[in-house]
Design a protein around this ligand. Structure first.
Ligand code: DON
Length: 346
């Protein structure tokens, strides 16, 4: 006969069995250990050699001075979360960061306020449309759409908490420098060239203000946004900035916690869905890494928790993304098998 007491003992035993099964060590499914150092240098060298003679695309010309950057420059770099650098080509040439600045200012908004504020006051939907699309602003209820298109990036600058325009610029530029781990400066000729022709972005800023989706004076936001896009960086700097994201928001060289580790996944999610604009689907399908591009020719991609791959070359495709850089980074991601959705089977 089974007494009530025995039933409760049996129930307790069954529960203990379930618990012990649940607590059994799982089969390790974490990322594979990083490839040997020689593999990092080998894949960087191979990607550089494979694409250094590719002439497809052309320099951006809607910002007149960008036509003057020598089109054949090309640099490729991996920077690990502990600051090791593997490079080939022109990785120290300084060019304008352009849209690669955008995720880092979005990070500043997250740090000063929160990821929820970024989502609510700007948005996180990819548009499937070009980076300067006016149509996207009209068809999406959020208007500013996401912090990686021009509209959302201008809104992000306006959302930075600051007491004046000088203070706004100081916070934005200090944040970019903190990610890079060295003081970055504006390429003034790039700024003049872009600001004197920024009619489209001025239109966007004014439309957002009209819709209540810009949070400072529109011309102030436009000036600070244009300045952040004119900041000079090298491919090596972009690698360090990406490595800071790979390292939970801590710069691998200065050890400064630049953004909260807890906010990095949300930022990488926006980079994954919108970092390549209307090519973001193709990029994630073929490379599988969160990334951000700029019309200066720079791209940075992040292998979460491990390292960054960055490249620079001025010739762009139709979507405004550097042809050599995207090919080099995609090859390296494939060779190392580090796409976030899993490596391709052999
Ligand atoms: O606002 C602009 O049009 C430029 N300062 C930045 C655009 C950009 O880099 C787009 N990226 N591929």
């Amino acid at each position: 006969m089974i007494t009530n007491k025995r039933v409760s003992i049996l129930t307790a035993l069954a529960a203990a069995t379930v618990l012990s099964v649940a607590a059994a060590p799982a089969i390790a499914r974490g990322p594979a250990p990083d490839p040997a150092v020689k593999d990092f240098q080998r894949v960087v060298d191979a990607a550089y050699a494979k694409y250094k003679d590719l002439k497809d695309g052309k320099n951006a010309d809607y910002i007149p001075i960008l036509t003057e950057t020598p089109s054949d420059l090309f640099g490729v770099v991996i920077v690990t979360k502990d600051g090791k650098v593997y490079s080939a080509g022109d990785v120290d040439y300084v060019f304008s960061i352009q849209s690669v600045s955008k995720p880092f200012t979005a990070a500043l908004v997250m740090t000063q306020q929160s990821p929820a504020v970024l989502k609510e006051k700007i948005g996180v939907e990819p548009t499937g449309l070009p980076f300067n699309s006016k149509l996207a602003l009209d068809i999406y209820k959020a208007h500013s759409v996401n912090p990686l298109v021009n509209a959302g990036a201008i809104a992000a600058v306006s959302l930075v908490q600051a007491s004046s325009e000088a203070d706004r610029w100081s916070k934005v530029s200090q944040n970019l420098s903190d990610f890079a781990g060295r003081p970055l400066t504006v390429l003034e000729k790039v700024y003049d060239s872009e600001y004197s022709t920024a009619w489209g972005n001025r239109g966007i800023a004014n439309l957002l203000y009209n819709w209540g989706r810009l949070y400072s004076d529109p011309e102030e936001a436009l000036r600070v946004y244009t300045r952040e896009c004119s900041v000079g960086v090298s491919a090596r700097d972009l690698g360090l900035m990406g490595a800071t994201l790979a390292n939970g928001g801590v710069n691998p060289v200065t050890k400064k916690q630049v953004m909260h580790a807890r906010d990095v996944p949300e930022l990488l999610a926006v980079m994954a869905t919108a970092g390549f604009y209307d090519e973001s689907g193709d990029w994630m399908y073929t490379a599988g890494l969160p990334a951000k591009t700029g019309v200066g020719g720079g791209i940075v991609a992040v292998v979460p928790g491990r390292f960054a791959i960055a490249a620079f070359s001025p010739r762009l495709n139709e979507a405004g993304n550097s042809v050599r850089s995207l090919n080099a980074i995609r090859d390296i991601a494939g060779e190392l098998g580090v796409g976030v959705f899993g490596a391709n089977p052999e």
